[in-house]
Design a protein around this ligand. Structure first.
Ligand code: GDP
Ligand code: MG
Length: 438
C-alpha cells in the first residue's frame, strides 16, 4: 500500500485538465478571437454559449485529452453553424440552367462568373455561356470577354444600357445554341442602393433563374453581413459565394452570414486565377477558422494558467500545513479522471527531475483501498489525522474492509509525503522569496 500511495502522490498532477473555471475563461477568449475574426457579435455570443453548454455537459473533465476534446466541440459547433453538408447549385429540368450573380462592386462577381463557367465546364461537362448584364461600363464587358476567351466560353453582350434585355437575350441565345447553362454577371455599386437592387430584382423577375448567388468579399468583415442581409431581403438568393479567402481573413464573415441570413455558402474563391475556386465544405471552413483563430492555443494557454493557479493553491496548503486527507482524496479523484498523468512533484518548484520519472505502475485498482479508508473517516479525522487513535482506526478498518496496518501505512506515507513536499517547496523560487522576506 505504501508504495502505491507513494507513486499516487507522485502522479497527482494531470498534464491536461479542463475544469468549468477554465472552460469559462477559454470560452471568453474564443469569443474575443471570433470578434477579431469579424464574426458578428450576436453570432459569436450564441456560438460560445453553445460551446460552453456542451463543454460543461459532456465529460470534458474526464476525457483522455480534455484540451483536444474541447477543441473538437468548438470544431463541431462551427461546422454545425456553417451547415452540416455542402449544398450544390440547382440544375434546371429543362435546360438551360440560369444562374444569376449579384453583389457589390469589386466583390468578385465577374471573376467568379468566369470561375464558375470554367468549373462547370471542366468538372461537370457543361456548356455555359456568360451574359454581360453589367451594361454601364464598357470596361466591365471587356473584362468578361477577356476572361471568357481564356476559358473558351462565349460571352453575350449588347450595346444598349439595358441589363434586363441583355440577360433575357442571353437565355434565348443559349436555347438556340443548345448551351445548357447561362451565367449572368450583373453590375454592382460601391454600396447598396435602390437602383442597383431594383435592377437585379428586375433581371431576376425577367429570367427566373434556377439559382441566384450572392457574391461577397470576405475581407469586408462586419459589412459583409449587412450587405448579405440587404441583398437577401430584396432578391432572396439561394446561396452565398465567399471571395478573397486567400487573404489573411479568417473567414469570420462566413460564420456570420450563414447564421444571419440562413442561406448556404456554396463556393469559396481563393485567388485571382480562374482555377482558384472550390465548393464550400463546412468542415474545412471550421478548420480554417479554428486554425487561424488559434483556438487550440487559446485552450492550451488557459490550461497552463489554470495549472499554475492550482499549483500555487496547493503549495499554499503545503506551506501552511493544511494539506489534509480530504485534499488528498480530491487529488486521487483527479488522477483517476485523467488520461495523461504526470508527477505532482513536477509542479513543485525545485523538485528534482529524478522524482518525475517514477516507473511504478499505478492504475485505478491501486486507489481503491486508499479511497475506502478515507471515505470511512469523519471530516474531522480527514482534516486532522492526528486524532486517529486505536478505536477510530478499528472503526475505519471495519468500515473500509481493510486492516488497521493498512491505515497506519497510509498515514505514515501521507506524513512522509507532506514533509517531502514541504521541503521541495522550500527549495523552490517561492520558498526562496519567502525566506528572503523574513
Ligand atoms: P466585380 O466588380 O464584383 O465584378 O469584381 P471583379 O470580379 O472585377 O473582382 C474585383 C477584383 O478582385 C479583381 O481585381 C479580381 O481579380 C479580384 N478578385 C476576385 N476574386 C478574388 C479572390 O478570390 N482572391 C483575390 N485575391 N482576388 C480576387
Ligand atoms: Mg464585374
Amino acid at each position: 500500500l505504501s508504495s502505491k500511495l507513494d507513486s499516487a502522490f507522485q502522479k497527482l498532477k494531470g498534464e491536461s485538465k479542463i475544469t468549468d473555471v477554465n472552460i469559462a475563461e477559454t470560452v471568453r477568449e474564443i469569443r474575443r478571437a471570433l470578434l477579431d475574426a469579424d464574426v458578428n457579435y450576436e453570432v459569436a455570443k450564441e456560438f460560445t454559449n453553445k460551446v460552453k453548454e456542451r463543454a460543461m455537459g459532456e465529460d470534458v473533465l474526464t476525457a483522455v485529452n480534455p484540451g483536444q476534446q474541447f477543441t473538437k466541440i468548438v470544431h463541431d459547433e462551427l461546422t454545425n453553424i456553417l451547415g452540416q453538408e455542402r449544398v450544390d447549385i440547382s440544375v434546371a429540368h429543362t435546360p438551360p440552367t440560369v444562374i444569376l450573380i449579384a453583389g457589390l462592386q469589386g466583390s468578385g462577381k465577374t471573376t467568379f462568373s468566369s470561375k464558375l463557367a470554367r468549373y462547370l465546364k471542366e468538372e461537370n461537362n457543361r456548356s455555359p455561356i456568360m451574359a454581360a448584364a453589367d451594361v454601364y461600363r464598357p470596361a466591365a464587358i471587356d473584362q468578361l470577354k477577356t476572361l471568357g476567351d481564356s476559358i473558351d466560353v462565349p460571352v453575350y453582350s449588347i450595346d444598349q444600357q439595358d441589363a434586363v434585355r441583355a440577360a433575357k437575350e442571353a437565355v434565348s441565345m443559349a436555347k438556340s445554341l443548345a448551351l445548357d447553362t447561362v451565367i449572368i454577371d450583373t453590375a454592382g455599386r460601391m454600396h447598396v442602393d435602390e437602383e442597383m437592387m431594383d435592377e437585379v430584382a428586375d433581371i431576376k423577375e425577367a429570367v427566373e433563374p434556377d439559382e441566384t448567388l450572392f457574391v461577397v468579399d470576405s475581407m469586408t468583415g462586419q459589412d459583409a453581413v449587412n450587405t448579405a442581409k440587404e441583398f437577401n431581403e430584396t432578391i432572396n438568393y439561394d446561396g452565398v459565394v465567399l471571395t478573397k479567402l486567400d487573404g489573411d481573413t479568417r473567414g469570420g464573415a462566413a460564420l456570420s452570414i450563414k447564421n444571419v441570413v440562413q442561406k448556404p455558402i456554396k463556393f469559396v474563391s481563393t485567388g485571382e486565377q480562374l482555377d482558384a475556386l472550390a465548393p464550400f465544405y463546412p468542415e474545412r471552413m471550421s478548420q480554417r477558422i479554428l486554425g487561424m483563430g488559434d483556438v487550440v492555443s487559446l485552450v492550451e494557454k488557459a490550461q497552463k494558467e489554470f495549472d499554475e493557479k492550482e499549483a500555487q493553491e496547493l503549495q499554499k496548503k503545503i506551506k501552511s500545513d493544511s494539506f489534509d486527507l480530504e485534499d488528498f482524496y480530491e487529488q486521487l479523484q483527479q488522477v483517476k479522471n485523467m488520461g495523461n498523468i504526470s508527477d505532482l512533484v513536477g509542479m513543485i518548484p525545485g523538485a528534482g527531475q529524478a522524482l518525475q520519472n517514477s516507473d511504478q505502475e499505478i492504475n485505478e485498482e491501486s486507489f481503491k483501498p486508499i479511497e475506502a479508508i478515507i471515505c470511512s473517516m469523519t471530516p474531522e479525522e480527514k482534516h486532522n489525522p492526528d486524532i486517529l487513535n486505536a478505536t477510530r482506526k478499528r472503526r475505519i478498518a471495519q468500515g473500509s474492509g481493510t486492516r488497521v496496518s493498512d491505515i497506519n501505512d497510509l498515514l505514515k506515507q501521507f506524513e512522509q509525503m507532506k514533509k517531502m513536499m514541504k521541503s521541495f517547496s522550500g527549495m523552490g523560487k517561492m520558498g526562496q522569496m519567502m525566506q528572503g522576506m523574513k
